[in-house]
Design a protein around this ligand. Structure first.
Ligand code: URA
Ligand code: SF4
Length: 297
């Protein structure tokens, strides 16, 4: 996965760079999925998004429209985003592979390897505060050692980026408990944004050491809900670094493991939980769903 780059937010060329990737993807023939696609699905949303959602690959409706997450799972994702409250246009939504695998099969390793450089570039350009891998396969691209059920809604630092994995929305549609978990854990994004701001501050401080904090951006009269969330988060983050405040960051703010040892212990625990859950799920009858996530869980 790409390391976080320090680049100015609201870079006017960001949308042009994203458009260049979209154009390149539109004619891409790098892997066999080019032969079976109807349309490429490069991703869409704000070039200055604070939050980037990443799915595995387009399904039937996405292949037909050229847009990510527009089927049933997409409508559920919209509902989750709107509950923040934010709008779909405020975030960026992309997939690991940009062309639909035939019959909604999982993409092959080689297809993922060929395609994922587009996603890497999109992440570098957008430079979001938080990346939300949706479902097991998307999470596997970023952090293969994590299990999705146990990681849902938790906040991780990885390569100077903040990740908050979520169950795939289609899993939330099929499994009421997963739906409930998604509706609840989407709100952890507020904490994840805070963590993203901290990471950004730490990386920019280590790039150019300075004792004075940068002046806050002047408030604008027309705030989008996305900006409001970030501004609120920035206020909380500012309190945490006030000179009179304790030097240690606030405790109990995040449920995620903080150190390598804690991550290792957490992974072990997650694996045990997931194995028990998988064993239980295998005992229940599976049913076919005509969308691309039927293979996800
Ligand atoms: N599922 C995904 O992972 N991506 C889409 O774009 C649609 C459904
Ligand atoms: Fe190119 Fe990716 Fe489509 Fe393969 S899946 S043809 S690498 S855009």
């Amino acid at each position: 996965m790409a390391d976080q780059q320090s680049k100015p937010k609201h870079d006017p060329s960001a949308s042009q760079q994203l458009a260049a990737i979209t154009a390149e993807v539109a004619t891409c023939q790098k892997c066999p999925l080019a032969r079976t696609r109807t349309n490429t699905v490069p991703g869409e949303g704000s070039s200055t998004a604070e939050i980037m959602f990443v799915g595995e690959g387009p399904g039937r409706e996405e292949d037909e429209s050229g847009r990510p997450f527009v089927g049933r799972a997409g409508r559920f994702l919209d509902e989750l985003i709107e509950s923040l409250p934010m709008r779909r246009e405020d975030v960026y939504i992309a997939n690991i592979v940009k062309c639909r695998p035939p019959n909604n099969r999982d993409p092959e390793r080689t297809e993922v390897d060929q395609c994922s450089n587009y996603l890497r570039q999109q992440i570098d350009i957008i430079d979001p505060l938080v990346i939300v891998p949706l479902g097991r396969h998307a999470l596997g691209w970023f952090m293969p050692e994590l299990r999705i059920t146990a990681s849902n809604g938790k906040i991780f630092r990885h390569n100077n980026r903040v990740l908050m994995p979520l169950l795939h929305p289609s899993s939330g549609l099929r499994n009421p408990e997963h739906g409930r978990m998604l509706r609840e854990s989407i709100h952890n994004l507020r904490d994840a944004i805070l963590e993203g701001i901290r990471v950004k501050r730490e990386t920019s401080q280590s790039a150019q050491p300075s004792t004075t904090a940068p002046a806050p951006e002047p408030a604008t009269p027309e705030l989008t809900p996305a900006t409001q969330i970030v501004e609120e988060a920035e206020k909380v983050a500012a309190i945490a670094i006030e000179p009179d405040a304790p030097a240690d960051p606030p405790v109990n703010l995040f449920e995620r493991p903080q150190t390598e040892e804690e991550i290792a212990a957490e992974l072990k625990r997650q694996r045990a939980i997931e194995e028990a859950e998988e064993a239980a799920e295998n005992e229940t009858e599976t049913f076919a769903v005509d969308d691309r996530q039927s293979s996800f869980f």
